[in-house]
Ligand binder design. Structure first.
Ligand SMILES: Cc1ncc(COP(=O)(O)O)c(C=O)c1O
Length: 400
């Protein structure tokens, strides 16, 4: 158990984060603010590339790539050989999905209602067009995917269960481990999109029972944009043939035949942004040092406080479902277009997010939502920042 994050500890972490002095950031679910040390790790490598030559500097950076892999494995309770470093959440998820055996007419994919739109696009392009169906797992009365309902849907044609653990359009947390118990019992491949979870709460791939799990570097982990993690369970790896290969992932042997790497790096390529690996390694180290229990506790307390105060503003509806909730707070301000709310807050130096239907189409359509405003917190978020956001929203609410 990590030490709780006190306000003094948060102040110290903010002092090491340049962005906290420049902006009031409530878009950590879009991308969070990196520390000065993460920035320096990136810049130092770019300087080294410029001075020594990028290929020559790359030799020295290999250790940082492997450090990032080892730290990511530690973060997810996996082995380093089960981790590929990617360029975002979708690149990892999509690469693993495209590596599955060919889809057949009648195959079934079961997804929770909160599935990320990009994953649905990949499924529709490659599986549905081949004759597979994509079906939604019913939600329970809290809006979360229902493991019992999932179990009732299973038959021998179900070839994949895909879950977006923490949805992009609200604070709900899906019961990822309970769903993993069902998929494991029935031997069905299980993919988890953990884009909003990695760096926000403890992630234990063994406890989740998943075969594939993905996360980006830039969100709760506070790593650089253009980085991501792909976990593939060791015994699942032989079932995945990457859609493309290169000299790193499948070098040609003496006989001219490709030799596919035995580890998850079969999803990497020879060319990579080494500077970003250096930054990612630093961000991973920082998250592990703070401790994921402490991060989760702080984010939960902050988001709960924000939700309660938001709900007290006349005209504001908090749209979060679920019994257990994340640091993402979705809301609507009556009489105001969420995109306009986002723009007006931005003019005051406050960043929030706003999502339309296409990011989470099944859930948005099921709930009759068109666009939502989204304030997402970090362990860096302070009461003063919450007060500033609420004051601005109160002023907006009066202008109806
Ligand atoms: C749940 C979820 N999945 C996937 C993504 C896409 O991640 P990326 O842009 O890194 O591919 C996001 C981005 O917001 C997300 O919230």
């Amino acid at each position: 158990m990590s030490a709780p994050l006190t306000s003094a500890a948060v102040d110290a972490l903010r002092a090491l984060t340049p962005g906290t002095r420049a902006t009031t950031h409530f878009n950590h679910a879009g991308a969070s603010l990196p520390s000065a040390a993460t920035l320096e790790a990136i810049e130092a490598h770019l300087r080294h590339e410029a001075a020594a030559g990028p290929m020559e500097a790359g030799v020295a950076a290999r250790a940082q790539t492997e450090r990032a892999r080892t730290l990511a494995a530690q973060l997810l309770n996996a082995a380093p050989a089960e981790i590929a470093l990617t360029t975002g959440n979708s690149p990892g998820w999509g690469a693993a999905f495209a590596a599955l055996p060919r889809w057949q007419p009648g195959d079934r994919i079961l997804v929770a209602r909160h599935e990320w739109g990009g994953n649905l696009a990949a499924m529709r392009l490659h599986a549905q067009r081949a004759g597979a169906s994509i079906e939604a797992i019913p939600s329970d009365d809290s809006g979360a995917a229902d493991p019992q309902a999932l179990e009732a849907m299973l038959d021998e044609r179900v070839r994949l269960v895909a879950l977006t653990w923490l949805p992009a359009n609200g604070g709900l947390i899906n019961p990822a481990a309970a769903i993993g118990q069902v998929t494991r019992r029935h031997g069905i491949p299980y993919f988890i999109d953990a884009a909003q979870a990695v760096g926000q709460l403890p992630v234990d791939v063994a406890a989740l029972g998943c075969d594939v799990l993905t996360g980006p570097g830039r969100k709760a982990l506070r790593g650089p944009r253009g980085t991501g993690l792909l976990y593939v369970r060791k015994d699942f790896l032989p079932r995945l043939t990457p859609a493309w290969a290169d000299t790193h992932s499948a070098p040609l042997g003496a006989d001219g035949e490709p030799v596919l790497r035995a580890d998850a790096a079969r999803f990497e390529s020879a060319e990579a942004a080494k500077a970003l690996h250096c930054g990612l390694a630093n961000a991973l180290q920082e998250a592990l040092e703070i401790g994921l229990d402490a991060i989760r506790a702080r984010i939960d307390a902050t988001a709960q406080a924000l939700r309660a105060q938001l709900a007290a503003i006349p005209g504001v509806s908090v749209l979060d479902q679920g019994r257990e909730r994340s640091g993402l707070v979705a809301f609507d301000l009556a009489g105001h277009d969420p995109l306009d709310v986002q723009r007006r807050l931005a003019a005051q130096g406050i960043s929030i997010g706003s999502n339309g239907v296409s990011y989470t189409p099944l859930d948005m359509n099921a709930r009759g939502l068109g666009q939502i405003a989204r304030a997402s917190v970090s362990y860096l978020t302070t009461e003063a920042e919450i007060d500033k956001l609420l004051d601005s929203l109160r002023a907006l609410a009066r202008r109806r």
